[in-house]
Design a protein around this ligand. Structure first.
Ligand SMILES: Nc1ccn([C@@H]2O[C@H](COP(=O)(O)OP(=O)(O)OP(=O)(O)O)[C@@H](O)[C@H]2O)c(=O)n1
Ligand SMILES: C[C@](O)(CO)[C@H](O)COP(=O)(O)O
Length: 233
């Protein structure tokens, strides 16, 4: 098998968007003239090191084939699974079969990715032996709560970061990690968690506060405003 130096973007788009409570899955809601997924695909194509996009969608997805996709780069459709980790693992497996040495895994639900933060995380992900992820230092005071929503304790926020995507790894490291930890553990909410379980320490790369994940009703209008702001940059 030929090994390619370039990076394949793997976009996780097989979720149902339960917390969003919309009839259409959130990745197919239209904001600023395009669906959320179209914005996310376009965003990952804005770095010349990305040479293919692998979009992971649900087996019964009726929407993907209707999208207007960029013609400038190969875009592949792969079928996802029940958890985010299962979906991403299917995409990364496909990337390996295609000969990609590196993957940049991105949430479809993060359409406001800026070109500069994408470039920074790819740069670090290709250099750092354990890969790299975009992240933000925690900015607020953090409380652990009791079941009745009263405060148990305040957690010192020093050294705490919030994980974002893209997360960039050597394809072989991610696949090795999942072989050991599996893909069904609910604690595996991002790719770095699996790599950490190997005892490795991926690099944290400072992301932007605009790189939000559309999760709850109202997030889509914030995302639309950020996209319009990014288009002017
Ligand atoms: N089985 C799954 C679950 C999630 N995702 C994707 O992972 C990203 C981040 O997940 P999240 O925001 O939690 O999306 P959903 O799982 O769709 O949302 P919810 O948890 O509210 O149902 C999303 O782009 C989602 O489409 C996926 O590809 N496959
Ligand atoms: C990968 C992720 O977006 C990093 O913040 C996040 O962990 C996805 O988690 P979710 O529970 O699927 O929203």
């Amino acid at each position: 098998m030929q090994t390619k130096q370039q990076v394949a973007a793997v976009i996780a788009a097989a979720g149902v968007g339960q917390r969003m409570q919309s009839a259409t899955p959130k990745q197919y809601l239209e904001i600023a003239g395009k669906t959320v997924l179209e914005h996310s695909i376009l965003a990952v194509t804005r770095d010349p090191r990305i040479s293919a996009v692998i979009v992971v969608v649900a087996a019964t997805d009726p929407y993907f084939s209707q999208l207007k996709l960029p013609q400038s780069i190969p875009i592949h459709r792969v079928t996802g699974g029940a958890s985010r980790a299962e979906s991403v693992a299917a995409g990364v497996q496909f990337a390996q079969q295609q000969g990609y040495r590196f993957v940049a895994v991105h949430d479809a639900a993060r359409p406001c990715l800026a070109r500069t933060e994408l470039a920074a995380v790819i740069e670090q992900g290709l250099q750092h032996p354990a890969g790299a992820i975009l992240a933000l230092p925690v900015a607020d005071t953090i409380k652990r709560a009791h079941a009745d929503q009263t405060i148990d304790t305040t957690i010192p926020r020093e050294g705490l970061w919030q994980a974002l995507t893209p997360q960039v790894f050597a394809t072989s490291i991610l696949l090795d990690a999942w072989r050991i930890v599996g893909v069904t553990d609910p604690q595996l909410t991002d790719e770095a968690s699996a790599v950490e379980a190997l005892g490795l320490a991926p690099k944290l790369v400072l992301g932007r506060r605009t790189n939000i994940k559309i999760t709850q009703p109202g997030d889509e209008s914030m995302a639309a405003a950020f996209i319009q702001q990014l288009e002017k940059e």
